[in-house]
Ligand binder design. Structure first.
Ligand SMILES: [Zn+2]
Ligand SMILES: [Zn+2]
Length: 306
């Protein structure tokens, strides 16, 4: 590996000419490495190794770092799909696709002129100057709070919490940096959700006045995603499930074990929660209504027995 490639690797695969020269690489070394294709010129005075992440490269061409939803995804955070933003209650005209590339330029960073690209520049203040690469989870959440939907932001936040990616004091910082109408979501977020679907389910039911117990251990059944009214088990099945048939068999066993103890199980998948929420809600409210009417009958019977 040439000197410049090694130096660029230490810089995360991409760096400015001055940084490279500072680390002892000579001008002829740079020219030689460029000619051989060992490094590429990102733009005037910025070089990268050919192995650098294409999104990082593209953001650097814009003059900044990968930001917002793409940065969250790069950190492994669950992010709602851009192509199908789940805007509950909104009509189809609001389903505008998000611009593809979101770039953090720093507060005063200048975007390099270009045409024919659907990108969005972010100018938030960071803990450090903007460079190249991918912004940290906390800053990406601040950005996604603006570009995503409130529930998309909430699901990403709960995923980051569950993954342990929010540093000490990070929630307070986040709360102070998002707009006022999102602050309650920061307070409401927990580190219990195993998937973004669980986050969406809990949030949407909360908005309907339905409170769930999350991640409940039921003897003989194992841990369930949610328990409702002490009797109804809700499970959100992610689309990332592998080994479908063995998973299905396990689910059926669990459901039978739960039924044997008087529980009933409702399962919803990604497509249902995102695109058939009306049906999901009707199913939950329908079962709840049955449970409540049974409760009323039981109470009446008990009064008559006295
Ligand atoms: Zn953005
Ligand atoms: Zn662009």
């Amino acid at each position: 590996m040439s000197d410049i490639a090694r130096v660029l690797d230490q810089l995360g695969g991409i760096g400015r000419r001055a940084q490279v020269l500072d680390r002892g690489v000579s001008r002829p070394d740079i020219d030689h490495a460029l000619a051989r294709g060992a490094v590429i010129r990102v733009r005037q005075g910025v070089y990268a190794t050919p192995a650098v992440d294409p999104a990082v490269l593209s953001a650097a061409r814009h003059g900044g770092e990968v930001a917002c939803g793409a940065a969250l995804r790069a950190h492994g955070v669950w992010v709602l799909s851009d192509e199908h933003p789940a805007r509950s209650g909104a009509n189809d005209r609001d389903h505008r696709p998000m611009p593809r590339l979101h770039v953090w330029m720093g507060p005063s960073g200048r975007q390099h002129a270009h045409a024919g690209c659907r990108c969005r520049a972010h100018h938030e203040i960071g803990d450090r100057p903007a460079g190249f690469g991918i912004v940290e989870v906390l800053l990406a959440l601040v950005q996604y709070a603006v570009c995503g939907t409130p529930e998309g932001f909430f699901a990403a936040l709960e995923s980051a919490l569950q993954l342990g990616l929010i540093p000490q004091g990070g929630l307070a910082t986040l709360r102070s940096r998002v707009s006022e109408h999102l602050r309650w979501l920061v307070d409401f977020a927990s580190d219990q959700a195993d998937s973004g679907l669980e986050s969406l389910l809990r949030l949407r039911l909360h908005l309907r006045g339905i409170t769930l117990q999350s991640q409940v251990e039921i003897a003989g059944v194992a841990r369930v995603d949610f328990l409702l009214a002490g009797r109804i088990i809700l499970e959100a099945d992610g689309r990332e499930n592998h080994e479908r048939s063995s998973k299905r068999h396990k689910d059926l066993l669990r459901d039978a074990a739960a039924a044997a103890q008087g529980y009933e199980t409702l399962r919803f998948d990604y497509v249902m929660i995102l695109f058939r929420w009306d049906l999901v809600l009707a199913a939950i409210e329908g079962r709840l209504a049955v449970l409540q009417s049974r409760q009323v009958q039981d109470d009446a019977a008990r009064l008559q027995d006295r």
